[in-house]
Structures are given as C-alpha cells and as structure tokens.
Design a binder for this molecule. Sequence first.
Ligand SMILES: NC(=O)c1ccc[n+]([C@@H]2O[C@H](COP(=O)([O-])OP(=O)(O)OC[C@H]3O[C@@H](n4cnc5c(N)ncnc54)[C@H](OP(=O)(O)O)[C@@H]3O)[C@@H](O)[C@H]2O)c1
Ligand SMILES: [Zn+2]
Ligand SMILES: [Zn+2]
Length: 351
Amino acid sequence: MAKNILGYAAHTATSALAPFQFQRRDQRKSDVEIEIIYCGVCHSDLHQARNDWGNSIYPMVPGHEIVGRVISVGSEVTRFKAGDTVGVGCMVDSCQTCSACEQGLEQYCETGHTLTYNDIDRHDKLPTFGGYSERIFVSEKFVLKIPESLDLKGVGPLLCAGITTWSPLRHWKVGKDSKVAVIGLGGLGHMGLKLANALGSHVTLFTRSPGKEADARRLGAHKIVISTNEAEMASVKGKFDLIIDTVPYIHDLNPYIPTLSLNGTLVLVGYLGGLEPALNSMPLILGRKAIAGSVIGGIAETQEMLDFCGQHGITADVEMIKIQEINEAYERMLKSDVKYRFVIDMKSLKA
Ligand SMILES: NC(=O)c1ccc[n+]([C@@H]2O[C@H](COP(=O)([O-])OP(=O)(O)OC[C@H]3O[C@@H](n4cnc5c(N)ncnc54)[C@H](OP(=O)(O)O)[C@@H]3O)[C@@H](O)[C@H]2O)c1
Ligand SMILES: [Zn+2]
Ligand SMILES: [Zn+2]
C-alpha cells in the first residue's frame, strides 16, 4: 500500500474536515501516479461530506476536480510520462465492457462507474480517496491531457463543472442557432454560460440573485432573468431549446417549463431526488417538451471539452484557497458566496 498520504477528510456527516493521514491502494501496471497541484471544490463535495445523498463512506477525502503532474507510470502505461500535466475528474474506473462503456459513456456504466472518492475500488475493494490530498493513482484510461495554453489554476473545475455542462450542450446539439438557458450561477452555471457562449448559442441566465447581472454578462450571458420575477419569466415564454438546471436543492420546476420552446428540454444536473411541488404535465404535453437528467460526461467527451477550452482559452473563474480554509469555503458555498469556484492550492497541505 502507498503509505502516509496526507489529505483532508470528513470523519462524520457533521464534523469539520481535518488533516488525515491515510493509505492508498497499491499502484497497478496501468496506473499513473499523480502529484496533485490544485483541486476544485464542487458542491457535490459538500453534499457527500455531509451525507446529503445518504451514501457516504467515512473517513472521506473529497475532491474530483484534480490537476497535477505525473510522477511515475506503471509498466503498461503508454499515453503518459513523468512530468506531464494531467487532470482527473469524478470517475476513476468503470467495467469497460458494458454497452455504455463501449460507447464511451463510462459515466452510465451498467455496473456503476467508480467515483474518484466515496466509493470502493472494483479490483481490490479498498475505499477510493479524492483530490484533497498529496497524490493519487489513477488508471491511465481515466486520466486527461491538459492543453498547455491554459492557466492551471482554472483548469480543475473543467473536470467536473465543465464536463457536466458540456455534455448536455453536446448531447442536445447546441450550436449557433440554439437558445440556451442556465439556471443558477455557481460553479456549474458559470461554466455553462462560458461553454454555451463559445458554442455560438444565445445564452440566458436564470438566477435568484439580482447582484449577479454584470458577472453573468462577462461570463457569456446575453440575457439575465430573475427567476422570482413573474413578469421577467413571462417575457421568455416559449424561448429555450435547452435549459440546464444546476440548482443543488429542491425547487419548483413549474415556472421554467413554459419558457421551453416546442420540443425544448430542461435537463437536471443539480438536484438529486424527488421533486416538489408536483409537476404540471399540461405544458409538457401541449408543447412536446421534455425533462431529462445528465451526469458528468464520458472520458472521450471530457478530453473533447478540454481541447475545446484550450482552443477557446476557457477556464473557470476561481478563488484560490488553502486547504485549511476548506470548512469556511463550504459555508460560503452554501450561501452562494463564491465567484465562481474555490480551488485549493495543494501546496498548503504541507504548510
Ligand atoms: N449531474 C452531475 O454530473 C453533477 C456534477 C457536478 C455537480 N452536480 C451538482 O450540481 C449542483 C450544483 O453544483 P455547483 O458546484 O455548481 O454548486 P454552486 O456553486 O453552489 O452553485 C449552485 C447555484 O444554484 C443556485 N442556488 C443555490 N441554492 C439554491 C436554492 N435553494 N434555490 C435556487 N437556486 C439555488 C445559486 O445560483 P443563483 O444565486 O444564481 O440563483 C448557486 O450559485 C450540486 O447539487 C452538485 O452536487 C451534479
Ligand atoms: Zn463535482
Ligand atoms: Zn460499463
């Protein structure tokens, strides 16, 4: 076992994250060993650290927006060498043989993909630990190449917030004539605005927060709609081909459905669970509208998104923090007080 890795862990759903010395599984022949430089802080880290989804395994070292440098490679690794700058997102393994995996849709693996943390390794049955740590071993199939042109501080969030908004934009074939809306301007939302804008679509932000208008425009929105204002909501009736809903908590979808165009789709990526209040099917049926869901993206698609970001100079807008500030960062994230992603400088682990 790889000994004495230092990280930060949650030990229960209510305890603060604290320094944690742990052991990782042994390096395999197909593994890349990565020294972690930066790790983004996703709202999913908070959900899982606090057991919001009821499936948390403790102790938990969160972190799935990992950017680092390769320090060694196993004997079967062909695509990476020591010194390469690489990324790791939300998954580190899948069965590789089911029909989803064969289509490059590892995120929908029929046996379930293996999460970067809060999961059990499918080979040696040891817990997986994430990016709030010094080092990680990842099978080279799940390691991404980072375009050299990008500022590394803003790259980590592409590995989750970026791909989670990119995948629906691509699946629903967003392009120059598309009208896209994003609900919620946080980590995912701000990447959604940037990516939809770069794909050439007309982009609208739905937000509860009036103070975000100037930022939203700078990030790529052409229009901002305050979702609590009925007149503003009515002004965009029938408009959107695709709405990406990033809101992390239960909320009423009914006000958004009439803003979809004929054949339009609202894709949920934020909230997991039962919806309330009940959904009125009438506007769905009368306008052949759809509600869908989507989870992260496949590895090939993630590389496509990173390459696109490299070509277009797209990274996340980040606030750098030290690992010692992680608990405060979670509290601020709960208040939507982040512009627009916290990223941990992993050097601080050794401070
Ligand atoms: N499907 C996937 O693969 C996937 C991947 C990553 C994350 N996620 C999930 O996506 C969600 C968003 O993650 P994130 O990191 O972007 O979170 P975030 O940075 O906290 O942003 C969420 C945004 O949603 C809005 N919001 C927050 N609470 C709300 C509420 N109670 N009602 C209405 N709007 C609210 C806020 O925007 P405004 O102030 O502009 O309204 C906030 O900035 C999380 O639940 C996360 O677990 C899913
Ligand atoms: Zn995430
Ligand atoms: Zn599979």
